[in-house]
Design a protein around this ligand. Structure first.
Ligand SMILES: Nc1ncnc2c1ncn2[C@@H]1O[C@H](COP(=O)(O)OP(=O)(O)OP(=O)(O)O)[C@@H](O)[C@H]1O
Length: 464
C-alpha cells in the first residue's frame, strides 16, 4: 500500500493553512528510503516510487501550514515556506503527517526559493535517523529524493526533497499564529491538538491547564535527552518547538564532542543563544511564549493566567528532577540522590573539556581510551567515588551511546557524495548509527573525536 490519507488539519479554519501544489520535477531519483520506517507506517516499499515520494502523483491536495514564531528572540509571522504536507497517513490507529521539505514555493515563501540542497536533506536524514535510534523523540525521514534542480547556496548543488514524518508539525509557533490571527479559533484549535496528541486529558477536570503541563513535560523530556547525548539543536526558535516533544528541523544542529556548555556551531548564532548549555533556559523562555499564546483561552474558558504561571514556576524543579535522574543513569547510580557527586562530575567535565561520549565509556571500562585527561589522579579519584555508589554497567549501557554522528565524519561522507556521487561512506555511517548502544567491530573508527581545531572552526547553516 502507498499512503492512506485522512487529513484532519483541513477541517480547521482556512486561515491556518493554504492549499498548495509541489513543483514539478523531471527526473526524481530515490537516494535513500527508510525501510524500517516503511514497516512502522505499514507501507509497501514496492508501492512507493520516486514520483509518489516527490509529490508528483497526488492522492489529495497538499497543504502548507501557517505559523509564527520567535526567531532569535524576535517575533515573526511565518509558515511552511519550503514544506508541504501531502496528507495525514493513518495506520493501526496512529496518525502521521507526511511532509515534503524542499518541494517548492508556497504562499509563505517570501523571497525564498522553496528549495533544499541535497547535502542538507541527506544531513537531516542522517541526524533524525541517529536520534531515533538513540531513543529520542524525533521527526523521522522516510526518503531523500534528488531532483534535477540546481540550488544556489554557499555553492551550487543539486536539489532534493526530504520526506519527513512526524506525529504532527504543530509547533508552539502555530499557537502563536492562531492567538494573533484567529484568536476566536484558539479554543477549537486547542481542542483539536488535545484530541490529536493528548486525548487522555479530555477526561481531566482542568483540560487546558493539563495540556500546558503535558507540553511542558514532553519538551523537558526531549531537551534532557539532548543533554544526555550531547546534541545541540542550534535553532530553538518557537516555530521549531513541537507541541508533542518531537525533535525536528535538523538544519544547523551538531553533536558536541569536547564538553563545553558554550558550544555552538550555527553560523548565525553569534551570541550563543542556542549553545549546548543554554538549551534549558531557552526551553523555559519558549514555554513562556507558549503560555502567552494561550492567553486568549483565559478569557474564553476557566483557565487563568496565574495557573499557567504557576506551572512555569515548577519548571526548574521539574527539569532538575529529570536531569539528575538522567545523569545518574549515565553514571550507573541506581539510587536517588547523589546530586553533589553528579555536580562534581560535571565540574570535572567543564574543567577537563574531555570528549563527552567517551568519558562515560571510559568510566564503564577503564583503559578504553588513552587520553591524558583520563590518566589524572583527579579522574581516578572521581571514578573511585562513583564506583562506591554507581557505575552499574547495565544502567550505563542503556544511557550512554557508543556512537553518535561525529560531525567531521558526517561532513566527510557528505563531501564524498557531492564530489563523486558515491553514497557508500554515508551508508556506512547509517549502519553504525543503527545500533548506537552496541559495540561493533567496525565501530572504533567512528568513536574518535576530531582534532580540537576541527570543532573550533566547524560551522553549520540554516535554510540550506
Ligand atoms: N529556501 C527557502 N524558501 C522558502 N522558505 C524557506 C526557505 N528556507 C527556509 N524557509 C522558511 O523559513 C522559515 C524558517 O526556516 P527554518 O530553517 O526554521 O525552517 P526549515 O528548515 O526550512 O523547515 P522546518 O522548520 O519545517 O524544518 C520556515 O518557515 C521555512 O519554511
Amino acid at each position: 500500500m502507498a499512503f492512506s490519507f485522512d487529513t484532519t488539519y483541513k477541517n480547521l479554519d482556512a486561515n491556518l493553512y493554504s492549499r498548495v501544489t509541489p513543483k514539478s520535477i523531471a527526473n526524481p531519483e530515490i537516494l535513500l528510503l527508510n525501510t524500517g520506517l516503511c514497516t512502522d507506517l505499514g507501507l509497501d516499499t514496492a508501492a512507493l516510487n520516486a514520483t509518489i515520494l516527490a509529490g508528483q502523483e497526488l492522492l489529495e491536495e497538499p497543504i502548507a501550514q501557517a505559523y509564527a514564531g520567535h526567531q532569535y528572540g524576535s517575533f515573526t509571522v511565518l509558515g511552511d515556506g519550503r514544506a508541504m504536507t501531502l496528507g495525514e497517513h493513518v495506520h493501526d490507529s496512529s496518525r502521521w503527517d507526511i511532509q515534503l521539505k524542499g518541494s517548492g514555493r508556497t504562499p509563505y515563501s517570501g523571497r525564498g526559493d522553496g528549495k533544499a540542497t541535497v547535502s542538507s536533506m541527506l544531513r537531516e536524514y542522517l541526524y533524525s535517523y541517529a536520534m531515533q535510534r538513540l531513543n529520542i523523540n524525533t521527526s523521522r525521514s522516510l526518503a531523500v529524493i534528488e531532483t534535477d534542480d540546481v540550488v544556489e547556496r554557499r555553492q551550487r548543488e543539486a536539489g532534493a526533497i526530504l520526506v519527513r514524518v512526524m506525529n504532527s508539525h504543530i509547533r508552539y509557533g502555530t499557537f502563536q499564529y492562531v492567538a494573533g490571527h484567529a484568536s476566536d479559533e484558539l479554543q477549537r484549535f486547542t481542542d483539536y491538538v488535545i484530541d490529536r496528541h493528548y486525548p487522555q486529558l479530555n477526561a481531566t477536570a482542568r483540560t487546558y491547564l493539563e495540556f500546558f503541563d503535558a507540553v511542558m513535560q514532553s519538551s523537558i523530556e526531549m531537551v534532557v535527552d539532548w543533554l544526555r547525548v550531547g546534541f545541540i539543536h542550534g535553532v530553538m526558535n518557537t516555530d521549531n518547538m513541537s507541541i508533542d516533544g518531537e525533535t525536528f528541523d535538523y538544519g544547523p544542529c551538531a553533536f558536541m564532542n569536547y564538553y563545553d556548555e558554550q558550544a555552538v556551531f550555527s553560523s548565525i548564532d553569534k551570541h550563543g543563544r542556542y549553545a549546548f548549555g543554554n538549551q534549558r533556559p531557552i526551553l523555559r523562555w519558549n514555554l513562556e511564549r507558549f503560555a502567552e499564546a494561550l492567553q486568549p483561552l483565559c478569557t474564553q474558558t476557566a483557565l487563568t493566567y496565574d495557573e499557567l504561571e504557576g506551572k512555569l514556576d515548577e519548571f526548574e524543579e521539574r527539569f532538575d528532577a529529570h536531569y539528575y535522574t538522567m545523569m545518574r543513569s549515565k553514571l550507573g547510580i541506581n539510587s536517588d540522590g547523589e546530586d553533589e557527586l553528579v555536580d562534581e562530575f560535571i565540574e570535572w567535565l567543564r574543567k577537563s573539556n574531555a570528549d563527552y561520549i567517551n568519558t562515560f565509556l571510559e568510566l564503564e571500562t577503564p583503559g578504553t581510551f588513552d587520553y591524558p585527561e583520563f590518566a589524572t589522579a583527579e579522574f581516578e579519584q572521581l571514578r573511585d567515588k562513583l564506583a562506591a555508589v554507581g557505575l552499574d554497567e547495565e544502567l550505563m549501557q542503556e544511557a550512554n551511546p557508543r556512537y553518535i554522528p561525529r560531525n567531521y565524519l558526517v561532513e566527510e561522507a557528505l563531501d564524498e557524495y557531492l564530489e563523486t556521487g558515491d553514497l557508500s561512506k554515508f551508508k556506512g555511517l547509517l549502519t553504525v548509527l543503527e545500533n548506537p548502544y552496541t559495540s561493533t567491530d567496525m565501530g572504533s573508527q567512528f568513536q574518535q573525536p576530531p582534532p580540537r581545531e576541527f570543532d573550533a572552526e566547524y560551522t553549520t547553516y540554516c535554510n540550506t
